[in-house]
Ligand binder design. Sequence first.
Ligand code: C2E
Ligand code: MG
Ligand code: MG
Length: 745
Amino acid sequence: MMRLLTAEALFGAGYDVVEAADGSEAVDRFGELAPDVVLLDVVMPEMDGYDVCRVLRGLPGGAATPILMMTGLDDVDSIHRAYEAGATDFITKPINYSLLGYRLRYLLRAAATFRESCETAARLARAQRLARIAHWELDLQTGHYHHPRAGLEILGLSPAERDASTFGLAPAIHPDDRDRVEVALAGREAHQIEYRVVLPDGTEKYLHQEAELVDDELTGRARLVGTAQDVTVLRKAERQVLELAYFDSLTGLPNRTFLRQYLARVLGNAERDGKNLAILALDLDLFKRVNDTLGHAAGDALLREVAARVTSCIREGDMVASAGGNALERALTSDSVAARLGGDEFVVVLGGIRRPEDAAVVARRIADRLAMGFTLGTAEVFVSSSIGIATFPENGRDAASLLECADAAMYHAKDSGRNGFQFFTPSIHEAAKRRVELENTLRSALARSGILGGHGESHRGGSSTRALSEFELHYQPKVEIPSGRVSGAEALLRWTSPERGCVSPAEFVPIAEDTGLIVPLGEWVLRTACRQAKEWEATAPTPLRVAVNVSARQFREPGFCALVADVLRETGLAPNLLELEITEGMVMQDTATSGEVLLALKQLGVRIALDDFGTGYSSLSYLTKLPIDALKIDRSFITNLGSAAKSETITAAIIGLSRGLDIDVVVEGVETEAQLDFLGQYGNAEIQGYFFAKPMPVAEVVAWCGVREARLAESSVARPTEQETVAPQPSGSGLYRAVKVRTGT
Ligand code: C2E
Ligand code: MG
Ligand code: MG
């Protein structure tokens, strides 16, 4: 009856009503019907209303559905029981049906609002979790701190600490940052601050906190309302970027960028406080050899160990080699710093020295520690170092000039026997200045001559053959003994500078090598020599082979072999008429790669000569491995022939050795008849030296060869069996010698 009346009334008020006969039916159909609101009578057959209410609350969706209980008993106890069972509201009988309709409408609206607010809260919590933001409020009157559950872990709080009545953050805040946070909060006003919290497992988080002051108009109480965002990932990324920017990843030492800023700061301080400072430029001697012979991994290990030793020499404990933590701040504020500028170049800045001599003590210590052996894998390696020292304020007041001075002194130390240190002096300055000036002059000469393009790249063909070139090739003939014939000529670069006159290649070639200018210049030499040799072919009675010097830098350029092939194709010169002179050092720097390049060159049909043989490593083993056609015995042996017995032995041995290996011999620097006589004993060789001819411009050398060929032909017809009695001829004593040698053997 009650059900019927209620259903009728609600239906009339616009509700959709479904009835259940008893409690169990209600429970059974709840899931399927998913009602917006449930009306329950307390007194029902089998299950009473309280039980049904309890069961419904446990069903899926049951918690959020409003349940209205209809009690006939207007006593406090029933009402209690209804709420305990989970009822949302109750209404007592007799029921006022028009009131019931409104009651339900209110319940439904409240339920919808509640659902929405739950969803909003969930969305907010999700958004905060994703943004790693925690929200908090601080009641300034009570000092009560409030933070919703969602942000606890971000703030580094355990749920127990959440309700700590006063400053709840305190235990988690990093001890170093605590004071700052307390000051910010004590200010009782809007602030922005960044601090760290330490989680129970010891990890650190960076929090960025923003707060504003809210005056609650209703309560009249002021609150600080704020957010704390976890910016750990950002800060770590920033630190990594800083480390990449300021530290060398291999050794962990500060890098060039760091050094620049560091020097600007310490020099400023030194200037202000009238302090002294020293800059040490350090370079490992023969580091490249370690890299090439033991591999790059060993080279890297060596550099790391060098970094550690250098660091240990400058005030133990003052600097930390690792870039971890706040290495940047530590390094920036320390007195002395060791930095790696790249390759095997290190710089040490010594602050707080009293006299320049103090720097010498450190330099000696570094040199000694580096001179001790390094164990790299199974190999024990010894490297020495060269150190140049510049001091502030004596040698300069700014970073650039001090570094320049230290560098110049370092080069000087290297030149004057390695493993030592050298203070910067004015004479070093003079030499360095001359070098820089020469480099500049060379650069502009190359640009003027069209050898160096506008952007520093090399020029191919075209303008590089311009007549106004300050660069020219001279050729020095090579004469075969005993035949006396000209076998070829070496192309030697000449530079006549309008400012400086003739500059010796011995002076400018090393500069061109150091600066890389040798690459375009060498290309020009190669192209010009091949072109001139080709032109020469048309006039010369016999084809002449042209020898071109190749510098290490050129040889190591990846496209070198392709360049040679291009030039040969362009000029049309037969490959066997080109001989490339390389030095032992170049081959030794990296035997594997050199071997490949040499083989590729051989495949082009080009000849390879080893220049200045006997002055470098003179390792005989590679002579058997690499495709070498000729050895050029260095001039120093020939110069000493008469005076040093050993030179004779060595020269004879080299000639014998080459013959055994089927390698041709070229003897450089033959100036006297006595020297030629000595060489004559050992049979075939090519002779290059002032005795026959000095290097000459191309036109002269062509003429010289012509005259020589003619004389040779004439003399062999006129005096085929001439003996030692032949008188020296007024000109061309070389011809005379050649004839004499031939008939004499
Ligand atoms: P190098 O390749 O060993 O050339 C031989 C040097 O010895 C030349 O010096 C030559 O003039 C000199 N010479 C020849 N015969 C005698 C002699 O009988 N007595 C004396 N005292 N000297 C003699 P130059 O022309 O001054 O060249 C010096 C070095 O410069 C060359 O040594 C070579 O290493 C380098 N060079 C010259 N031209 C080039 C070039 O085009 N490219 C490269 N990369 N290096 C070059
Ligand atoms: Mg040479
Ligand atoms: Mg030579």
